[in-house]
Design a binder for this molecule. Structure first.
Ligand SMILES: [Zn+2]
Length: 496
């Protein structure tokens, strides 16, 4: 297992040693949301994957500039060059200004990101704030001979580009196949070739979102904004570019082509792509009727859910799978994750409280704990393998619980190893995986209710009414509340 960070690079299709261009600085760009509707669970997973990348790079001591954009113009309904702008369409349907739509869904997106404990990027640029830079890039591409203007729209000349460079190097697609399978679109008569894509679209007066340009009023193509904003803030070539697997083609393929055509340089050293998310074995989609919004999952507000699930349960379940693999959500998986996470966080509280007592060193225990601590880093170094890191943390939780059960103190290991155990366990759970402690409601109300129940149970026991006392204990146990009858005669409870 690697001592240094290795990243699976989608461009080379290999796991590579991570060597930043400009250490200790790292440039990280992630495609952000198109803010025309609520962010869905699959998006959350993608942003979470890159939150882990950001957190771990910071943990390794890198100074990371993390840019994640907001797409507020240019993303058309069918993802290609046709149809209405997604935001303009929603504005029309809701009878709002496009910027009201943008603000509404940007706010909603930020709210979900914070609930999920996903750290804000260093810069969150908006496409509409970079129209001049986008026009400049279109000009450079035209000047270099890789784009042409027709009726006020500008198209990227894929065939011309491919004579000199490799269009398809990221996605592995072959240009001839793309030509065969490409759809015939309305703007086909304007394009020299059906695989050409718009980098600037002409827009008549019926469009609210349009800007003046050397080619007349219009708006930028969706792929263009990411090329412009990533290189503006991170340099013409930067370290890591991330996004969901669905963005690899055409979006990211086009980003590479645009940067090479405009500036002659490949924009990105390491491309990373996150896997998709399913629910109960099926792709989540509105048309299949199995789409659940993150907020609905947190509130339990969906007929598909048995109960609400906390943001950290959702986060934990996502992290139990490697970021590039497909993940399957289900009520069972969520409920298992809830229990497993509780076991992990309970052990964190335990290890913080346990006293250390010097004693004879148990070499086997000492070696096991050190190895598990080391494994946490090794697995993260292996292309951010959170799933295996979590397995190592469970190994540590077992060790912590063994100390708790065997006399409630830590002994048999050196003080250094105990400190290593404590710091590794807390750092990986809280900082690297970002699994923050969640309050389980109003503790004082819970305490009051529990003291009433314990009184009723004690009265029942005093009257030898075992049926009632057992019912109370069993029902509480079903709700994960464990009653302890202590030796000193006191009854206490803990959340299991
Ligand atoms: Zn993008």
């Amino acid at each position: 297992m690697p001592d240094q960070l290795h990243i699976y690079n989608s461009l080379t299709r290999k796991k590579e040693l991570f060597e930043p261009l400009n250490p200790p600085h790292v440039g990280l760009y992630v495609c952000g949301p198109t803010v025309y509707s609520d962010v869905h669970l699959g998006n959350v997973r993608s942003f979470l994957s890159f939150d882990i990348v950001y957190r771990y790079l910071c943990h390794l001591g890198y100074k990371v500039r993390y840019v994640r954009n907001i797409t507020d113009v240019g993303h058309l309904v069918d993802d290609a060059d046709e149809g209405e702008d997604k935001i303009a369409k929603k504005a029309r349907l809701e009878a709002l200004e496009p910027m009201e739509i943008v603000q509404k869904y940007t706010n909603g997106f930020h709210k979900i990101m914070r609930l999920m404990n996903i750290i804000d990027p260093s810069i969150e640029p908006q496409a509409t704030g970079h129209i001049i830079d986008q026009i400049e890039m279109v000009k450079r591409i035209i000047d270099n001979g890789f784009a042409y203007e027709v009726n006020g729209s500008v198209y990227f000349d894929v065939e011309k580009y491919s004579q000199q460079y490799h269009y398809g190097e990221l996605s592995g697609r072959v240009i001839e196949d793309m030509q065969e399978s490409g759809r015939d679109l309305d703007s086909q008569d304007e394009k020299r070739n059906k695989i050409d894509f718009a980098i600037w679209k002409n827009a008549d007066a019926s469009h609210i979102m349009r800007w003046p340009s050397p080619w007349g009023d219009g708006f930028p193509g969706w792929h263009l904004e990411c090329s412009v904003m990533s290189t503006k803030y991170l340099g013409k070539t930067f370290d890591i570019h991330g996004g969901g697997m669905d963005l690899k083609f055409p979006h990211h393929e086009c980003e590479i082509a645009q940067s090479v055509a405009a500036d002659g340089t490949a924009p990105v050293k390491y491309w990373m792509h996150g896997g998709m998310l399913n629910f109960e074995g099926k792709k989540m989609s509105k048309s299949l009727g199995n789409s659940i919004l993150p907020e609905e999952m947190i509130n339990g507000d969906s007929p598909l859910l048995d109960k609400p699930y906390s943001p950290m349960t959702i986060r934990f379940l996502m992290l139990q799978t490697h970021y590039a693999s497909e993940i399957d959500f289900s009520n069972k998986a969520l409920q298992d994750a809830e229990k497993a996470l509780r076991r992990l966080t309970n052990a964190l509280k335990t290890v913080e409280k346990l006293p250390f007592v010097e004693g004879k060193i148990d070499e086997e225990k000492e070696t096991t704990i050190k190895a598990l601590c080391h494994e946490c880093s090794e697995h993260m170094n292996d292309d951010f393998n959170t799933a295996k890191t979590i397995a190592a943390l469970f190994g540590l939780a077992t060790q912590i619980n063994t100390f708790k059960d065997a006399g409630g103190k830590v002994t048999g290991i050196s003080n250094d190893t105990f400190e290593l155990l404590k710091s590794t366990y807390a750092t990986f759970i809280l900082e690297v995986l970002g699994l923050k402690e969640e309050s389980t409601g109003d503790q004082s109300v819970l305490n009051d209710v529990m003291s009433i129940l314990i009184d009723i149970r004690n009265t029942a026991r005093a009257q030898k009414d075992w049926a009632t006392s057992d019912t109370i204990r069993n029902r509480l146990s079903e709700a994960n509340i464990i009653i302890n009858d202590n030796k000193d005669g006191q009854t206490t409870f803990e959340i299991g």
